[in-house]
Design a protein around this ligand. Sequence first.
Ligand code: SF4
Ligand code: F3S
Ligand code: FES
Length: 240
Amino acid sequence: MTRRLTLSVFRHNPRDPASVPRQDRFVLGETAGMTLFIALNRVRDEQDPSLNFDFVCRAGVCGSCAMVINGRPGLACRTQTKDLPDEIHLYPLPNFELIGDLSVNTGKWMRGMSERLEAWTHLAGEPEHDRLETPMEPELAEAIYELDRCIECGCCVAACGTARMREDFVGAVGMNKLARFRLDPRDMRSDAAFYQVVGDDSGVFGCMALLGCHDVCPKALPLQTQIAYLRRVMARTGIL
Ligand code: SF4
Ligand code: F3S
Ligand code: FES
């Protein structure tokens, strides 16, 4: 028998002074292979065209569909309704600017964090092209690729108590980026320069090892290992 699902969805338009945050309930029949992406689109098509939420790739690649699903940050396009109870509570990710309903501005947050960490390969000295072409051991290339799988969805930031308390905290996504560039032999930054940007409570010192980030990362990135790695390197370089 077809299950009837109730979606209880957070609604609010922060640009409308008359808008009061509330939960709206939508009832719909579950279909085979239904994801939250499909369910939300059906609600928007059949019940409320004003419902705001973000999707681009529908394949767990772009990171734009992250939201809080029954209390846990996750990707709506990769979440099947069959794995959820009849009543599904949806909220926007906390710690990010709310655009409306389930849509938040993770892009603005990620850009600010990336600029602050200078999250790009610093090729100084030789012509950039020569250094980019430098051969790399396959194991090292694999290790860098593994950390590059981050899709900047924001789930780790949403699940982090420190990020809730400190607006400038770079989060596990930032520390993962830093660890990734530290690994890259083409990046010419010294350890001291590397860690200058996160050697305070907005970076590694602020992390309280709560590990919510590690639990919710939809790409199963080894965030716990990367944070521990950064702490060890900082201690070794005498900065910690
Ligand atoms: Fe998302 Fe994981 Fe990247 Fe955090 S580290 S932004 S949870 S993919
Ligand atoms: Fe936050 Fe993860 Fe550290 S949840 S406190 S960044 S271990
Ligand atoms: Fe791209 Fe979900 S729509 S990750």
